[in-house]
Design a protein around this ligand. Structure first.
Ligand code: TXA
Ligand code: MG
Length: 319
């Protein structure tokens, strides 16, 4: 099978309503979607991604209203965050309704839910009128796709249709939040900046850093986002002295490294804008060929820089 890329919502809807899988655009990364209410359809996602069954999926809905129908309770702090961020890059972990099959949540009593901010996918969610379970549309452990072409490269043989919504505007997965006694806790840093979440909660928010084999947020496995090439994060100038610059790739915020061939350099934001850098990160991780090693800078520890550093650290640990 070779996937088709297009913008035919009717076709996407038809496949999804027949328990098939479709790759869908979101503002964060492309998702591999199936009807969240059909265990058979959801099983096809796990199979296509070679995803371990312990790693639960995020459910996508068109609005807060629809989310309310899939959970037992929507606590007040969750409502505040939903109102501030949805549609947008924030996933809330809430107690699931029995309507959500266990395969979606890997047996957890909770479900991750979000309203994605992409016109095509919102339209699809409204017209198909089913919630869509969708992990990032990459084989398990690899870099998430931020364009329809990325999905084609990695999953073109297992997904029949890729809904083309252009390049992802945010480019990093959603921030994941759960609640402990009505306190927000960050399980995964992502497209919704920590500072903004803290402002809405009115206090500092705890962040869980996991790396075990059965973590609270399995997307937080220490080795994830593999670019398939050795990656080191640190002071690029110092690291460069240890490698042949001709066979080295670099990822920088806005610095140019003169020893390195221009084609091996990924400058994520020449203007020094963290949002732009975030949107370009995953594409950059995929861009290297004919290099032995990728050297990446550490980004500023603020705004989306936190999530960028998190992804680089995990990409460096993979292999
Ligand atoms: O931006 C995103 O979140 C993208 C787009 C497609 O929406 N999706 C995404 O899905 O990144 P995925 O499967 O690559 O990561 C989802 C992660 C899981 O690995 C897990 O860490 C967490 O969400 N998760 C989902 N349900 C959970 C639950 N009930 N409890 C704890 N963590 C959960
Ligand atoms: Mg993923």
């Amino acid at each position: 099978m070779k996937a088709e890329i297009g913008t035919d919502l009717e076709k996407a809807k038809h496949i999804l309503l027949s328990d098939g899988i479709v790759a869908i655009p979101t503002e964060t990364v492309y998702g591999l979607a199936a009807n969240a209410l059909s265990p058979l359809a959801v099983a096809r996602i796990f199979e296509a991604k070679q995803r371990p069954s312990f790693d639960p999926l995020i459910v996508h809905v068109p609005d807060l209203e629809s989310a309310l129908g899939l959970v037992i309770e929507f606590p007040e702090p969750a409502r505040k965050l939903a109102q501030a961020f949805w549609p947008g890059p924030l996933t809330l972990i809430l107690e699931k309704s029995p309507k959500i099959p266990d395969i979606v949540t890997s047996g957890h009593p909770t479900v991750g839910i979000r309203v994605p901010d992409h016109p095509l996918t919102l339209e699809l969610l409204r017209t198909a009128n089913i919630p869509l379970a969708a992990p990032s549309a990459n084989p398990f452990g690899f870099v998430s796709p931020t364009s329809a072409e990325h999905v084609m490269e990695q999953l073109g043989n297992v997904v029949p249709y890729i809904l083309n919504g252009g390049p992802c505007q945010v480019g990093l997965e959603s921030t994941i939040i759960r609640f402990e006694d009505d306190e927000a806790v960050v399980l995964r840093l992502g497209g919704a900046p920590l500072e903004k979440i803290e402002k809405i909660m009115g206090k500092p928010v705890k962040e869980i850093r996991t790396s075990s084999s059965k973590p609270d947020a399995p997307g937080m496995l220490i080795a994830h986002y593999s670019p398939g090439i050795k990656l080191l994060v640190g002071d690029v100038r110092v690291l460069l002295s240890q490698f042949d610059p001709e066979r080295t790739g670099t990822i920088s915020f806005n610095t140019r490294y003169d020893q390195v061939p221009v084609k091996n350099q990924q400058i994520l934001s020449p203007d020094g804008d963290l949002e732009e850098a975030a949107a370009n990160l995953f594409g950059a991780l995929r861009s290297f060929s004919h290099v032995d090693v990728i050297l990446a800078e550490r980004f500023p520890d603020s705004g989306l820089g936190l999530a960028i550093n998190d992804r680089l650290k995990r990409a460096a640990a993979s292999r």
